[in-house]
Design a protein around this ligand. Structure first.
Ligand SMILES: Nc1ncnc2c1ncn2[C@@H]1O[C@H](COP(=O)(O)OP(=O)(O)O)[C@@H](O)[C@H]1O
Ligand SMILES: [Mg+2]
Length: 278
């Protein structure tokens, strides 16, 4: 397996999650490093979306284990966010693009981006101002971004939209309102690029995309990788993997990670399916 250097940005330990009283995740542990792309594959109903929601702190997912002695944690940097609400997790650097994003009539894509960017970055940038660490390019970039006025912000958003081949008219439309499946996924990718999270999770980003859109999404993931975001791609088939080469592939079956390997593991699953894990 390709060696990934650096301490993990995201450290998950013994994560259990129940929904409607049913235990779906049965002890997940996972490390994601800066700039690394991890893929989580698994058949339908194996708990992939539950994992994404549990990481992000969705209130419907209870993250306690019935085994009282098990200590669970979700660390981002040195902060355990397991007991924090979703917005605090976002501030700590977690971003989730959900499988089926909902429309927000009356809020434009640009308004959402600007508001989210300010809420996520200003406090952090102030802290960084106190101790600017010029050895860390990610922190320096965020620190510089703190002085970003509206004109510069809009310019950057348009630049990313161009890279994703998303027409500028989408920026003034209501979020996901009447967008096609592919357009929704591109807007989710645009948010990730603009918000520059530490860890970005994409749940079924490849579902319903044509080859062109898959290629564009693949490019977006490459940009995130270059800006040192750790990426988790969740998928039940491996079409997106023709456009992104992951560093690590995990197989999730029955709420457990049953196998982990290099990119070649995805190819093996395409050929052999999940039968041997069931
Ligand atoms: N809100 C919910 N209410 C009841 N059961 C749920 C809910 N969400 C998920 N589940 C159940 O949890 C299991 C895992 O679902 P999910 O995480 O969506 O799987 P995947 O994303 O891998 O297809 C399934 O058996 C599903 O029916
Ligand atoms: Mg799912």
């Amino acid at each position: 397996m390709k060696k990934i250097s650096g301490t993990p940005l995201l450290k998950v330990r013994n994560l259990f999650a129940s929904v409607e009283g049913k235990e779906v995740l049965k002890g997940i542990s996972l490390d994601v490093e800066a700039g690394a792309v991890h893929v989580i594959m698994g058949p339908n109903g194996s708990g992939k979306s539950t994992l994404a929601y549990a990481l992000m702190g969705h209130p419907h997912y209870e993250v306690k284990s019935h085994l009282s002695k098990v200590k669970s944690s979700i660390e981002i940097g040195n902060t355990d966010v397991l007991n924090l609400p979703t917005e605090e997790r976002a501030r700590a650097g977690l971003y989730l693009a959900i499988q089926s994003p909902i429309a927000i009539p009356g809020v434009s894509v640009m308004q959402l981006l600007r508001t989210a960017y300010q809420l996520l970055h200003i406090e952090q940038s102030q802290k960084i101002n106190e101790t600017p660490n010029i050895q860390n390019p990610v922190l320096v970039r965020r620190w510089q971004a703190n002085g970003m006025g509206l004109t510069e912000f809009v310019r950057r958003v348009k630049q990313f939209a161009g890279q994703l081949r998303l027409d500028e008219s989408f920026l003034s439309r209501s979020v996901h309102d009447g967008f096609s499946g592919g357009e929704k996924k591109k807007v989710e990718m645009l948010q990730a690029l603009v918000l520059a999270p530490k860890i970005a999770i994409f749940d079924e980003i490849d579902t319903g995309l044509d080859v062109d859109a898959l290629r564009v999404v693949g490019k977006g993931i490459d940009v995130l990788r270059r800006q040192k975001t750790g990426v988790i791609i969740i998928t039940h088939y491996n079409r997106i993997l023709r456009y992104v080469t992951p560093d690590v592939v995990h197989v999730l079956v029955g709420g457990k990670i049953v196998d982990t390997g290099a990119a070649a593991l995805a190819g093996k699953i395409e050929k052999e399916g999940y039968a041997k894990y069931l």
